[in-house]
Every structure is written in structure tokens, then in C-alpha cells.
Design a protein around this ligand. Structure first.
Ligand SMILES: [Zn+2]
Length: 287
């Protein structure tokens, strides 16, 4: 039953998770230091951040199911402090899948639309799993803790889903972008079934790039990137939407639009591997 629930939850994640759906078994994880008290744990799904504050550890995203013990082991290798909070950047199974490993007095935090999306996930249907849903939510912006431990959460619009948080560790000038900026040089998954929007995607990225006091980014699935890459990614997505709008205006079908797709020369380093689903999503939003 549990496996069925997990797999059907992942169906929503679509193309991105087809590859990761094979990884229901715990994966070998790696930990790397991003700043003095900020670590990134890779493998087993989306990138996890572990932020060591005075009071305890704040975890951002919990990977695919069954990776909880691995995440906790990696955290124990760098601090003896307990995990006190889990922030989920968005609703996908490769970012919330191991929430249930964080028991005790752990507070779960997410943007309010993400909470609504998570409540629909099969993995949170059993009564005993409801306590791993967000209990603290926000709409547009929320600050947690203060001084060097301050974390600012921002929701600046739809894109990957309807509730993607940008999580900023202010004193460190580092942002966890979740999957709004998942693949530094590749098309995103636009999850329209969870409120995502291709048309809004570049606008949301442009607003995220304007958030003050950020120098580097922990992306959803790529190595740490400088802020300039987030800005470039916003321009890339704006070009993708513009080219798609033009194709639709010219009366092309999705297949024709994909076949003829052309971006300005400066985006030639970007991978268009998920072009058809992206164009399909954008077409569905255009009149
Ligand atoms: Zn995602």
C-alpha cells in the first residue's frame, strides 16, 4: 500500500521523476559545506540544505521517501544539534518524501498553497502522517529567527507549482531556490496539476532574482550557482515563453512549435530536453 501511494504521488511529478522513481530505496548521500554553518546534502532527490542555528538545525527539503536516516546521518557528521524545523520548498515527492523521518518537536513550514498541494498527496493521507504536513505557513513573505540565524521565506508567484518558496539564509547571502531553479541549464518541469504556470515562470524568476542580499543559490537539483545564473535562467525562460507565444500566434501545433523551436544564440548552452511538455503547458495557458 505504501509503495503504491508513493508511486502515485510521484506520477504528479511527471518527467523529472520518471528517472528518480526507480530510486525508492535509500541512496548514498553526500554532504558539502556551502558556508560556515550551511551544508548541502545531495543525492536521493532534490538538494537538501542543513542550516545550523544556535537552537538547532533547520532542514530545507527531505528528498524521496526512505532517505530520512541518510539525511540525519549526514547532519550528525557535522553537528550534534537536533533538527528543529523542516521547510518544504514545494509539494513534490522528491522534496517532501522523507518528512516522516523528522519526528519529535520538529516544526514543518511551507508556503500556504504548498500546504494545500501536500494535503492531496497520497503519502499524507494516513492519519499518522498528517503531523508531517506544514503547521506554519505564510502567503508572500515570512521571517524566521533573527540575527545570524535569520531565514527569510519568499513566495513571488507561480512557476514550477503554485507554492514555490525561495528560502534565504540572510547572514550568509545564500538562497535555496527549490525547483523554480532546479536545473541550472535546463528546462524546468511545469506542474500545471499543482498550479504551475509556464507563462508566469519567467516573471516569478525575475522577481526572485531581485530579492536583496543574495550572492549564491542552492538549486533544486544542480550544484551551487552564483546569482548571475539565476538571472540568466530568468532570461532563458522569458525567451522560451516568447518563442512559444510566437509559435502559437503563427498557428503552429505543439509538435510544429517543438520541431521549429529556436532560441537566441546566447542560450545555446541550455538543454531543451523537456521542450514538448513545457510547450504543451504554455500552450494550455494561451488563448
Ligand atoms: Zn519539483
Amino acid at each position: 500500500m505504501k509503495r503504491i501511494a508513493v508511486l502515485s504521488g510521484l506520477l504528479l511529478v511527471g518527467a523529472i521523476s520518471l528517472a528518480t522513481a526507480q530510486q525508492q530505496q535509500p541512496t548514498a548521500l553526500d554532504i558539502q559545506q556551502v558556508k560556515e554553518n550551511l551544508y548541502m546534502i545531495t543525492g536521493g532527490g532534490g538538494n537538501t540544505a542543513a542550516f545550523i542555528t544556535d537552537k538547532g538545525v533547520v532542514v530545507v527539503d527531505t528528498k524521496l521517501p526512505n532517505n530520512g536516516p541518510g539525511i540525519l546521518d549526514k547532519i550528525k557528521s557535522v553537528t550534534s544539534k537536533p533538527v528543529m524545523m523542516v521547510i518544504n520548498t514545494h509539494t513534490h515527492g522528491d522534496h517532501v518524501g522523507s518528512n516522516s523521518a523528522f519526528t519529535g518537536t520538529v516544526e514543518f513550514v511551507a508556503q500556504e498553497n504548498t500546504k494545500t498541494n501536500m494535503e492531496k498527496m497520497p503519502m499524507f493521507q494516513p492519519a499518522e502522517n498528517k503531523k508531517f504536513l506544514p503547521s506554519k505557513t505564510y502567503k508572500d513573505k515570512m521571517s524566521l529567527f533573527s540575527g545570524k540565524d535569520k531565514i527569510d521565506l519568499y513566495y513571488v508567484g507561480r512557476g514550477h507549482t503554485s507554492g514555490d518558496s525561495f528560502v534565504v539564509f540572510s547572514a550568509l547571502k545564500v538562497m535555496h531556490s527549490g525547483d523554480m531553479f532546479a536545473f541550472a541549464k535546463g528546462l524546468p518541469f511545469i506542474d500545471t496539476s499543482n498550479g504551475g504556470s509556464g507563462v508566469e515562470y519567467p516573471k516569478t524568476l525575475a522577481k526572485a532574482a531581485e530579492i536583496k542580499g543574495v550572492e549564491s543559490i542552492i538549486p533544486g537539483h544542480s550544484p551551487v550557482q552564483p546569482l548571475s545564473e539565476l538571472k540568466a535562467y530568468g532570461e532563458f525562460m522569458a525567451a522560451v515563453v516568447a518563442a512559444t507565444e510566437e509559435a502559437k500566434k503563427a498557428g503552429k501545433t505543439v509538435d510544429q512549435a517543438v520541431a521549429d523551436f529556436k532560441l537566441p544564440e546566447k542560450f545555446k548552452g541550455y538543454d531543451l530536453g523537456r521542450l514538448k511538455p513545457a510547450v504543451t503547458a504554455i500552450y494550455s495557458e494561451l488563448k
